[in-house]
Design a protein around this ligand. Structure first.
Ligand code: A2P
Length: 313
């Protein structure tokens, strides 16, 4: 799994194809996608064009997609992966992840795709009683069929993983979680590393991507403008984004920064020719303030429910 991948969450339609194509030309080989991002067809068009132009071959690529919450019933897992494969123009994924440990009422593809958080009929989040064990059996099924070469999870905490590891016949290869200097998740990281579960850091640059969504929790200054990160960047003649990514790499994560700008794509990929000192690493890790931007409960608030939904209650 290439250590730096291209994130495609919020990469808008009409821009994402160009960004993916530019990234592949620059040397990116790891693409992080999901049904929920609503842009897999366009990502697929970029992959096709890059392959036809001889930029990449399928075997050079590492493509991830994710199972949305409405497809958690065992019989829907294959329906969902087949749709992602069709949109991406691939016959297998390198990695398929359960996007959230949250099961929601099934919405047929013909009715609404991607199905999003709110049920199209009730306009509310509709939960269903599908345990992760059932969903995981479906994930193992698509893995055994060769539709996904590896399977894993996203947004899982250590407790949820401990349970999953008790019955999983195929162990989760990856846990993709929010990780950046303001949210270091040390105990979850240690747990995954001890169990041999690869960590992928989403939002590795901190708040930048949440400002546009109004989800930056008043921390609009964000990691990239943090004086400690900026000072370390100056010392190494690098950008704050490169410092964050290098910090992630040295902590043993893979990371998937999203960008639709060619210069930033370039910058984000080039983090392998400098090293942060042990002292730099400690200074950055001490910035931790347990600040989680990507909280499903907050999504619900943002979607017009008066008091948010007590998703963790
Ligand atoms: P843009 O696409 O305009 O470059 P995510 O947290 O989902 O990985 O998103 C990263 C966010 O940070 C996006 O808003 C992206 O915006 C921005 N970004 C990506 N790379 C850089 C960079 N090197 N410097 C500053 N901002 C960046």
């Amino acid at each position: 799994m290439p250590v730096i991948g291209l994130g495609t969450w919020k990469a808008p339609k009409g821009e994402v194809k160009k960004a993916v194509l530019a990234a592949l030309k620059q040397g990116y080989r790891h693409l992080d996608c999901a049904c929920d991002y609503g842009n897999e067809e366009e990502v697929g068009a970029a992959i096709k064009e890059a392959m036809e132009a001889g930029v990449v071959t399928r075997k050079d690529l590492f493509v991830t997609s994710k199972l949305w919450n409405t497809f958690h019933a065992r019989e829907h897992v294959e329906v969902a992966i087949q749709k992602s494969l069709k949109d991406l123009g691939l016959d297998y994924l390198d990695l398929y992840l359960i996007h959230f440990p949250i099961s929601m009422k099934y919405v047929p593809i013909e009715e609404l795709y991607p199905p999003e958080w709110l049920n199209p009929t009730s306009k509310k989040i509709e939960f269903v009683d599908v345990p992760v064990s059932e969903t995981w059996a479906g994930m193992e099924g698509v893995c055994r069929k060769g539709l996904a070469r590896n399977i894993g999870v996203s947004n899982f905490c250590a407790q949820t993983l401990m349970d999953l590891l008790k019955y999983a016949e195929i162990k989760p290869a990856v846990n993709q979680i929010e990780l950046h200097p303001y949210l270091t998740q040390d105990s979850l990281v240690a747990f995954c590393q001890e169990k041999g579960i690869v960590l992928t850091a989403f939002s590795p640059l901190g708040a930048s991507s949440y400002i546009e969504l109004g989800m930056d929790r008043g921390e609009g200054v964000g990691v990239l403008n943090n004086p400690v990160v900026q000072a370390i960047a100056r010392e190494h003649s690098r950008t704050p984004a490169q410092v964050c990514l290098r910090w992630a790499v040295q902590r043993g994560y893979t990371a998937i920064p999203k960008s639709t700008h060619e210069s930033r794509l370039q910058e984000n990929l080039h983090v392998f020719d400098f090293t942060l000192s042990a002292e730099d690493m400690v200074k950055i890790s001490r910035l931790n303030r347990h600040l989680r931007y990507n909280d499903p409960g907050e999504f619900c608030k943002g979607m017009g429910l008066p008091n948010g939904y007590p998703i963790y209650a």
